[in-house]
Every structure is written in structure tokens, then in C-alpha cells.
Design a protein around this ligand. Structure first.
Ligand code: NAG
Ligand code: NAG
Length: 319
């Protein structure tokens, strides 16, 4: 992870937007949120964030990974590439955002940071493997895909995987809900303690409802999948060749998990400052880790299975 630590509390209007890269810590079958204590978990995740990630430790960002299914019936994991607008050399990973209002402006309302409580802390998921039709997916603005011409393509946002090969790869965008019920750090479905009022892309969110009155940071992940090596292997019948690591071939079945793990009140202080993106680094008010240190950070593989050949079966998924 690119660690961000607070060195200075700024006094000023409550405005801030944070964006940073997290290199890939690990790609393996671990899922502390949905399947705590289960090793290996039922499907493969990409994990970025603090390297305390373990079967039941928290403080991370993770998401299912993508496989390409060849017409010959075998699967190959799609490599992850680094985003643009981040320091060069990051090993795969995701781009993590904590914004207030939208991509271009930091708004001017109080943003309450997630709460740490005892060893664990606030957590949530966005998206659900049970989303099974395009209409529901269209209503689920938190989960979108972009067919990349190059790494800077951002529109249009699609509710499902692109239907044609994309010259520059595919980007997954996962926006978490940001209105909190002011009570629960988690809920049995990992969703109900939160409510989404955001619209598509990074546009300003609507007001939080009375049931979920507290506005929290807008957390979003971007993951760039390098699908280019598969562009000449697309099925001739035009069917979608991509499969999420839990065996679903609808993009909108994807989900992402978030566990809050910032030290002390550093996220609150960042949200109370007025910086935008890179201007928040170099001690104003956050410190960031350099790319070499970030890439060194890795989690021991606890599952040890082949994820990189052409595979007959998705890891953990019975035939
Ligand atoms: C992960 O957790 C297990 C069980 O709690 C523990 O035995 C193991 O040492 C931990 N591994 C790391 C790398 O921290
Ligand atoms: C399937 O196709 C890939 C890509 O051409 C190839 O590497 C792999 O060996 C094939 N597998 C089988 C079982 O034919």
C-alpha cells in the first residue's frame, strides 16, 4: 500500500479528495470479510492495502479477479496493469479514492471518517454476486466498466463487460455507498448499514436519507485489466469470454470489499483538510510511500496454487 500518514492537521474548510495507488499485495484465495477464518476461501481475490491481511486480519481493499475463458474451455487469469496519473512502476493493484463531492471539486460539507472499533473496524461491500440481470445492474450505479482505448479513457461507463475486444484493456470502477446509518460498523449482508446516493462516474451525490444520515468519504476503486493478449481469441459467436473468479460471466455480478484500517484519526484529519489528490502528499497533510517500498510490501501466499497457467477449472470452483 502507499501508506498515508498524517503529519499536520490543517485548519480550514472541510474539503479534501484523496487518490493513491496500491500495488498488488497478493492474489490468492483469502476473504476475511465474507468468509473469515476460511482458508482457502471459495474464490480468488486481488488484495491491496496493509500487509496485515490474513485470514482474519483487516485493513484492506480487495476485489474478485478476472479470468478469460478460451473457447477451448480453459481459463487464464487477466493481468492487472497500473493506472495512469499515478507514479510510474506500481505493480498492478488498484487506484483508491476517498472523495467528498466529486472528481473535480471537494464540496463543502462535513465528511465523517469511518470508525475504528476495537481490533476490527468499519467494513462494507459494494455489488453482489446475486445481481443477475441487466436492469438491476443499470440501477446499481456503483459498479461500472469502461472499454479502454488507452489508460485515460473514462467514458462511457457500462453496466456490464464490454461486448467487443477493447484496444487498451478494461477498467472496473467500484463506487461504495457513502451514507451511514450512524450505528452499525457492519451488517449481515455488509450493505444495509450504508446507502448510496451517488450517480454515475464521480458526479455529486444526492443528500443522505434520514435512515442513513451521516455522509462518509466516497470510496472508489479502479482496476485496469490488461485484456489485450486475448483480443485475437474472442469467441466467434460474439459471446462474452470474461469470468469473475467465482465463476460468474456477467460483469455486474462483481463486488468489492472495504475494511477501514487507517491509524488513529488520520482519515478524519485528511477529510477536514482542503487538499485535492497529489496536493495532499508531501506532508500536506499526508505522507506517501515511494513505489519501490510499495512494491516490496507483499503477503505470504498461504494457498499455493497455480493461478497463472491456462487452467481447466477456476481455483476453488468445482466443475
Ligand atoms: C495468519 O493468521 C494465522 C491464524 O491466526 C497465524 O497463525 C499466522 O501466523 C498469520 N500469518 C501471518 C503472515 O501473519
Ligand atoms: C487453449 O488455448 C490456449 C491459447 O491458445 C492454449 O495455450 C491452451 O494450451 C489451450 N488449451 C487446450 C486444453 O487446448
Amino acid at each position: 500500500m502507499m501508506w498515508l500518514s498524517m503529519t499536520l492537521a490543517l485548519v480550514g474548510p472541510s474539503q479534501a479528495a484523496l487518490r493513491f495507488g496500491c500495488s498488488t499485495l497478493s492474489i490468492q484465495r483469502l476473504d476475511p470479510l465474507v468468509e473469515p477464518g476460511r482458508l482457502p476461501s471459495s474464490h480468488v481475490h486481488q488484495i491491496v492495502g496493509g500487509n496485515a491481511f490474513n485470514v482474519s486480519d483487516f485493513s484492506n481493499y480487495w476485489t474478485a479477479v478476472l479470468f478469460f475463458k478460451h473457447t477451448n474451455g480453459t481459463y487464464k487469469r487477466v493481468p492487472i496493469m497500473q493506472n495512469s496519473a499515478l507514479p510510474n512502476g506500481i505493480n498492478g493493484g488498484m487506484t483508491i479514492y476517498y472523495t467528498q463531492q466529486d472528481f473535480f471539486s471537494n464540496g463543502n460539507q462535513k465528511i465523517t471518517a469511518f470508525k475504528p472499533i476495537s481490533e476490527t473496524g468499519f467494513r462494507m461491500t459494494v455489488g453482489s454476486p446475486t445481481t443477475n440481470n441487466l436492469n438491476d445492474a443499470k440501477g446499481h450505479v456503483g459498479i461500472r466498466f469502461v472499454c479502454l482505448t488507452d489508460k485515460n479513457t473514462r467514458f462511457p461507463e457500462l453496466p456490464d463487460f464490454p461486448t467487443k475486444p477493447c484496444k487498451g484493456g478494461i477498467m472496473t470502477v467500484q463506487h461504495f455507498p457513502s451514507c451511514w446509518d450512524d450505528k452499525n460498523l457492519d451488517s449481515p449482508d455488509h450493505h444495509s448499514h450504508m446507502y448510496n446516493t451517488a450517480k454515475e462516474a464521480f458526479s455529486p451525490a444526492g443528500p443522505c436519507p434520514a435512515s442513513h444520515p451521516v455522509r462518509m468519504p466516497q470510496v472508489a476503486y479502479e482496476t485496469l485489466w490488461d485484456t489485450t493478449q486475448f483480443n485475437n481469441m474472442w469467441p466467434k459467436d460474439g459471446s462474452n469470454p470474461f469470468v469473475l473468479s467465482y465463476g460468474v460471466n456477467k460483469g455486474y455480478g462483481t463486488h468489492a470489499d472495504y475494511v477501514f484500517g487507517w491509524k488513529g484519526d488520520s482519515l478524519q484529519k485528511a477529510m477536514d483538510s482542503s487538499c485535492m489528490f497529489n496536493a495532499c502528499e508531501n506532508g500536506r497533510p499526508l505522507k506517501s510511500q515511494n513505489v519501490q517500498a510499495m512494491n516490496k510490501c507483499a503477503v505470504k501466499n498461504m494457498v499455493n496454487e497455480d493461478l497463472d497457467s491456462w487452467l481447466k477449472v477456476l481455483p476453488g470452483q468445482a466443475m
